[in-house]
Design a protein around this ligand. Structure first.
Ligand code: HEM
Ligand code: HEM
Length: 187
């Protein structure tokens, strides 16, 4: 039985659910973001913008839960077979991914606010008003952070996946297993 909370050897159900839900939403958001910014102006384009913003706020809510849950739980320790620079790299990549999870929703919201657009959650209620008048400096700054943030995410994501592949297929340890609802090798 997988525990609900993390232990020092594996992630629990809540951390796993949040990790994989956030991963899926990131893939949806990046795909939507790249498609919608590449389209000619049309009603469909603006609907995709609204969808992107609503999914972006959904992931922001999950990210807040994830950070709180992480602070309330032990973090599984990295295997002792890792050299100290490998441990440092794994921690740096995780920290970078957390930074991206905080920076992307905030810069997206500020881009929308500065651009003079109200932000709605799936058309149900207003989350953020619009800047009146339009604040072009804020809009341009937030957009640059959002776009460069997405580039930083691509780099960190590649390092993250490279680490997982190395652990699972070369070192053949429990790293991937402990983020999945399956038993560990020595259990
Ligand atoms: C983790 C959450 C998010 C991710 C990963 C993400 C990712 C992206 C990506 C990859 C793009 C395309 C950038 C490009 O032009 O290359 C984009 C554009 C955009 N995003 Fe997000 N986004 C997120 C959250 C949000 C939120 C919460 C909002 C606003 C409420 C938002 C508003 C926008 C807007 C307005 C654009 C279009 C910018 C333009 O006009 O060029 N995003 N996003
Ligand atoms: C196919 C995609 C992905 C796979 C296979 C994957 C796999 C994993 C695995 C196996 C771990 C556990 C590492 C350990 O035990 O130390 C982990 C941790 C982590 N992953 Fe992913 N991941 C993916 C996507 C993502 C994405 C998109 C993000 C960020 C948006 C992310 C952020 C993190 C973070 C921050 C941790 C550290 C967890 C913590 O200690 O709080 N991952 N991932």
């Amino acid at each position: 039985m997988i525990p609900i909370r993390n232990t020092t050897v594996r992630y629990g159900q809540v951390a796993m659910l949040l990790h994989w839900a956030i991963m899926l939403l990131f893939l949806v958001l990046i795909t939507l973001g790249l498609i919608m910014t590449d389209m000619e102006d049309s009603d469909l384009k603006w609907s995709l913008y609204s969808l992107h913003k609503s999914f972006g706020m959904t992931v922001a809510a999950l990210i807040i839960c994830r950070i709180i849950w992480r602070l309330m739980n032990p973090t599984p320790v990295l295997p002792d077979t890792l050299k100290s620079y490998e441990k440092w790299l794994a921690h740096a990549v995780h920290l970078g991914l957390y930074a991206i999870m905080i920076i992307m929703p905030i810069s997206g919201l500020l881009d929308s606010y500065g651009g003079g657009y109200k932000t709605y959650f799936f058309g149900l209620f207003e989350v953020l008003p619009k800047s009146e008048p339009r604040d072009k400096d804020l809009e341009h700054f937030a957009l640059a952070v959002h776009v460069y943030g997405s580039y930083a995410f691509y780099g960190l994501f590649l390092l993250h996946i490279a680490g997982v592949v190395k652990h699972h297929f070369i070192l053949k340890d429990n790293t991937l297993r402990r983020m999945l609802p399956i038993s560990l090798k020595d259990e």
